[in-house]
Structure formats: structure tokens, C-alpha cells
Design a protein around this ligand. Structure first.
Ligand SMILES: [Zn+2]
Ligand SMILES: [Zn+2]
Length: 181
């Protein structure tokens, strides 16, 4: 175990495996650093909600650590190398203990770090599948949807997908979530 090991991990949404990100993090970085890059990769709020790491199935296996939005939490300073992960091992990550968004994380490989590189970093992701804004479609315009209006979607019982402009203009105070591609 050297300070310069880099862990290459593939994180996917547990209930939508098509959505994945490949992440590289150094062995001497912490669960907090890992949480940070996962929140960025999956567009989770950095300032809200707890998250947690599990050694296997979420909630059914050992909790490796809990991260609070502003950085504290059990084992938040624990180093990745201290998790004793082996290549091929799978752990799980839960963002928001209320919404319980589960992610499966597989350690693909441990390699040497590349000097001058900033870790952790996101190196690749699934091929994005874009959908169009339903409001723009009505006026025969194709704009990539970046949001889902949760309020309108549950009211209409269909996915109300919107571009930035239409969300701002037509759904200003509605609860919306950013789409993941
Ligand atoms: Zn639009
Ligand atoms: Zn709306």
C-alpha cells in the first residue's frame, strides 16, 4: 500500500444501472472526498442530506461510514486504502436516508497515480440518452430536457421533462430535480 495508489471505481444507480460514472480516487483520500465526487457525479445536493457507505447491500451490511452535508460524520476521515477493498469488490452508497437513492460501486482496479493529476476525478460515464423538453415540443422546438418537474409529473401522471428556460419561466416555484444522463 503506497500513498500513490489510485482506486478506479465504477458507480451505478442501483435501480437504473444504465447510469454510471467511472471515478478515480487516491488511497490516501477519505470517504468524505469520495462522497463529494459521488454527489457531483450524480448531481446530488452538496448541502443537504446524509449519505452513507456500506460494505455490501445497503442497510443489510456493515456501515463503512456516514457523511454529513458539511463534512462531519462517522468515519468521514477514514482513508479509502483503509477500507481494505480488493479489485472486484462491490460496496454500496446511499444518498439521502429519506429518499434512499442507492448506488452500487465496484472497485475495478488499483493503479499508480499520474503525477500532476487532481483526484478524485470522474473519468468516464455512460453514453448519454437525451430527451426533449415537453413544453418546447409543443411549439415544434427541440430542446434537451435538463429537469423533471416533480409536482407536475405527479399531477399529470407522466414525466414532465423541461429545459432550463421552460422550468424557470413556467414552473418557477415547483419542486424539480435535475435529470441524470
Ligand atoms: Zn423548453
Ligand atoms: Zn411544474
Amino acid at each position: 500500500m503506497t500513498q500513490d495508489e489510485v482506486y478506479i471505481l465504477k458507480a451505478s444507480l442501483k435501480d437504473r444501472k444504465r447510469i454510471w460514472r467511472r471515478i478515480e480516487i487516491k488511497g490516501n483520500q477519505t470517504l468524505r472526498d469520495f462522497d463529494d465526487v459521488l454527489r457531483e457525479a450524480f448531481k446530488h445536493d452538496h448541502e443537504d442530506h446524509l449519505s452513507g457507505f456500506f460494505s455490501g447491500d445497503a442497510w443489510k451490511s456493515k456501515q463503512l461510514g456516514v457523511i454529513e452535508p458539511y463534512g462531519g460524520g462517522t468515519n468521514s476521515k477514514k482513508k479509502i486504502s483503509k477500507l481494505d477493498l480488493l479489485e472486484g469488490t462491490t460496496i454500496e452508497y446511499v444518498y439521502d436516508f429519506g429518499d434512499n437513492i442507492q448506488h452500487v460501486i465496484k472497485l475495478e482496479k488499483i493503479v499508480d497515480s499520474i503525477p500532476g493529476t487532481n483526484y478524485p476525478r470522474i473519468t468516464s460515464q455512460n453514453k448519454p440518452k437525451y430527451q426533449y423538453c415537453v413544453a418546447c415540443e409543443k411549439i415544434q422546438k427541440n430542446s434537451v430536457a435538463t429537469w423533471i418537474c416533480i409536482e407536475c409529473s405527479s399531477e399529470k401522471q407522466e414525466n414532465v421533462l423541461l429545459c432550463d428556460d421552460c422550468l424557470d419561466e413556467e414552473h418557477p416555484d415547483h419542486y424539480a430535480e435535475e435529470l441524470l444522463f
